[in-house]
Write a protein that binds this ligand. Structure first.
Ligand SMILES: [Mg+2]
Length: 159
């Protein structure tokens, strides 16, 4: 199984933990969603993190959340539309029949995941939770409001 994760508002609550004009000092307060660490710690699942933003800031978030070692690959891209390329890169590097995308943006992660024929889980959380799909590619396979519901969809046992 290959899992492609978004970071902001998918693994932690950016909307609740950081303001729009956050600084490096503010990053110290971020913490993972309940259940996120348990899923990320699972062995025998390939995990790739695909996140948009400034390399230095995103790497700092990853460090503070303590999640670096859980990912086989971490890809930081400057624009949302670059995520599609990142997904393709991950699929090339870690070919797997069962590949999932998990994210909080219908117009980004979910759209590119669907376009590439992957299974998608939409975490309806934060700033973009009111977004309405523009077309069928923005309709996810699964929708959850709580990170802890993801493991059940993946049929992964969390201990
Ligand atoms: Mg996000």
């Amino acid at each position: 199984m290959l899992l492609l994760f978004d970071l902001d508002d998918t693994l932690y609550s950016k909307s609740e933990q950081l303001s729009d004009s956050y600084t490096e000092q503010d990053l110290a307060r971020i913490a993972l969603f309940p259940g996120a660490a348990d899923l990320l710690k699972r062995k025998n699942i390939t995990k790739v993190l695909v996140t948009k933003g400034e390399e230095k800031l995103q790497q700092q978030k990853i460090k503070i959340l303590g999640i670096k070692s859980h990912f086989q690959r971490i890809l930081v891209c400057p624009r949302d539309e670059d995520k599609r390329k990142c997904f393709e890169k991950a699929l090339e590097e870690f070919p797997d029949e069962e590949a999932w995308v998990i994210g909080n943006r219908l117009d980004s992660e979910i759209r590119y995941g669907r376009e590439l024929g992957l299974k998608t889980i939409y975490l309806r959380h934060g700033k973009y939770s009111g977004y309405v799909p523009r077309d069928a590619y923005e309709v996810p396979d699964y929708e959850v409001e709580c990170f802890t519901d993801i493991a059940q969809i993946l049929k992964v046992e969390i201990r």
